[in-house]
Design a protein around this ligand. Structure first.
Ligand SMILES: Cc1cc2nc3c(=O)[nH]c(=O)nc-3n(C[C@H](O)[C@H](O)[C@H](O)COP(=O)(O)OP(=O)(O)OC[C@H]3O[C@@H](n4cnc5c(N)ncnc54)[C@H](O)[C@@H]3O)c2cc1C
Length: 503
């Protein structure tokens, strides 16, 4: 019998389950994973509710089972998705030990959480969340999950409800993910959870003392607590000679749709900038058979973040799919369909995609007089300089206990987890944000995972074989590992994360 067919209901010999074991099998026809931690046994659903990662290939850390794909954490005792990017729980079953075997029994129903009487008494009368992205949605969901019953409003300048933003440059843009995958939550979620979602609604001003906001149409609203989660805006560099209509950026669902619409007739595109997003766009456009030139000033793509080895590896991946790089160059001008580079190359393009980075959306925080220093300054609990106003995601600069520095990081998982922490702190928990940063990037069928944060390093160690797509790159400063990037070494990425957490 293969592991997948193993029937946990019929019992498993304890000797087959060494400490830390995760084995896949079935319970009454459902896929499950059986876990041993010390003398305790747990049974959870087999697949992560974020991107269906196989949890049997994940890691047990304390009372959590962590997914190898994007590091979501599930509670072994309840199946709750403790930390994003998964928001939904996995099923959980009771496990019984009888002699030298364990048997998986009935499903355990998740009990809805409730605020304690003390928490209810001090909870804000209402919560306004400015921003309908990663941090905003995760915060709203967590407020309800923790049992907050007061009014919750998300105000989002985006036209669409919160979407899976990372996918806008990946499978969705490549045409391999259907439209239905994109919303983080279906419309019914907002009604059933009593979350007022106002899309296409830009907050124009914030009175921090009164926690009052003014919308672009002049309407005013007041809240008991506010979470600022306004994210970032793509940088639009001027390109001499280019019409505005020739320059495309990618941040929103509307941007990704616009790109897709253009690819129905476009044959050639120039991507300006070899950033993660620029390169992911290049990969997705190649999958749509569009010819792609990448023009960027660096000598190797992503070299500043990943180092020269991984940079060269990413470049080779793209070149093998037909992308042409023009590195050490910038775009010097555009005339009609002709794009000239500083190196003298003349390229053809139906349009250009600007992938030259983002700037945190700080206008509202600045206007409100909050402390801002290359990001909204927050304390370890993510509260801004104004009591009762919190900030999370791409805009927040927080004291990171791992590096000992204030950092601002543009990662999906960080934003969602900050939204979750901010939500609990709005309810009075005083929880410090101490997650080790994590991000991933996908190029064709290769995913790079990155754990930790290394803005600068003095030593880089590459272990493994890039050609075999199995590698772990460590970034160190003063002999201390600050971050690790992996390809094809998912379990090790989780193990490093755990070591970094322990310091
Ligand atoms: C195409 C793409 C691919 C990416 N891929 C990855 C990846 O693979 N891995 C990874 O880790 N990260 C990735 N990222 C980065 C990740 O998406 C961001 O770090 C994350 O979305 C930040 O979350 P946030 O909540 O801070 O901001 P956002 O998700 O950007 O949400 C900001 C929200 O604020 C709203 N807003 C802004 N100003 C106002 C205002 N004044 N009033 C009302 N609403 C306002 C916006 O409309 C939006 O709804 C990607 C980003 C993009 C664009």
């Amino acid at each position: 019998m293969s592991e997948q067919e193993r029937d946990f209901g019929a019992g498993v010999a304890i000797e087959d389950l060494p400490d830390g074991a995760r084995i896949a099998g079935k319970i009454g026809g459902e896929d499950a994973v059986l876990v041993r931690r010390g003398e305790e046994f747990f049974a959870l659903g087999a697949f992560c509710t974020h991107y269906h990662g196989a949890l049997a290939e994940g890691l047990v850390v304390g009372d959590e089972l962590r997914c190898p794909l994007h590091h979501a954490c599930f509670d072994l005792r309840s199946g709750e998705a403790l930390r994003a990017p998964a928001l939904d729980p996995v099923p959980c079953w009771r496990v019984e030990r009888v002699g030298d075997r364990v048997f998986v029994r009935e499903k355990i129903d998740a009990k809805p959480k409730r605020l304690s009487a003390q928490e209810s008494a001090r909870a804000p009368r209402s919560v306004g969340i400015i921003g309908g992205g990663a941090a905003g949605l995760a915060a709203a969901e967590m407020l309800r999950r923790e049992g907050y019953a007061g009014p919750v409003t998300i105000l989002s300048a985006d036209d669409s409800p919160p979407v899976d933003r990372p996918n806008l440059s990946k499978d969705y843009l490549a045409g391999t993910a259907p439209e239905g995958w994109m919303p983080l939550r279906p419309p019914a979620f907002y009604t059933e959870s009593r979350i007022e979602l106002l899309t296409g609604t830009r907050v124009a001003a914030l009175d921090a003392a009164k926690k009052r906001i003014r919308l672009a149409d002049g309407t005013e609203r007041e809240f008991g607590a506010i979470l600022l989660a306004t994210g970032a805006d793509p940088v639009r560099i001027p390109v001499e000679g280019a019409q505005a209509s020739q320059l495309q950026v990618l941040r929103t669902f509307a941007d990704s749709r616009a790109l897709i619409a253009r690819t129905t007739s476009a044959k050639r595109v120039v991507v300006v900038g070899a950033s993660f997003i620029g390169l992911e766009v290049a990969a997705s456009l190649r999958q749509r058979m569009v010819a792609v030139d990448v023009v960027a000033p660096e000598q190797q793509p992503l070299e500043r973040i990943l180092g020269p080895g991984l940079g060269a590896f990413v470049r080779k991946l793209h070149e093998a799919k037909g992308v042409t790089f023009h590195l050490g160059q910038t775009v010097s001008g555009v005339v009609g369909r002709k794009v000239t580079t500083s190196g003298g190359a003349v390229l053809e393009a139906d349009f250009l995609v600007l992938g030259v980075g983002v700037r945190p959306s700080l206008a509202l925080a600045e206007q409100a007089g909050l402390a801002v220093d290359r990001g909204v300054t927050v304390n370890e609990c993510l509260e801004t300089s104004a009591p009762g106003i919190w900030a999370a995601g791409d805009i927040a600069r927080w004291p990171d206990p791992h590096s000992g520095e204030r950092v601002r990081i543009e990662h999906w998982v960080v934003a969602e987890r900050q939204g979750q922490t901010a939500a609990r702190n709005i309810l009075g928990r005083r929880e410090k944000f101490d997650a080790v940063p994590f991000f991933w990037s996908q190029h064709y069928d290769v995913t790079i995972r990155y754990v930790g944060h290394a803005e600068k390093w003095d030593e880089l160690e590459l272990e493994g074989d890039l050609d075999a797509q199995s590698v772990i790159v460590s970034y160190r400063r003063g002999g201390r590992t600050l971050a690790v990037a992996t390809v094809g070494r998912d379990l090790e990425a989780l193990e490093v994360e755990e070591r970094l957490e322990r310091g």
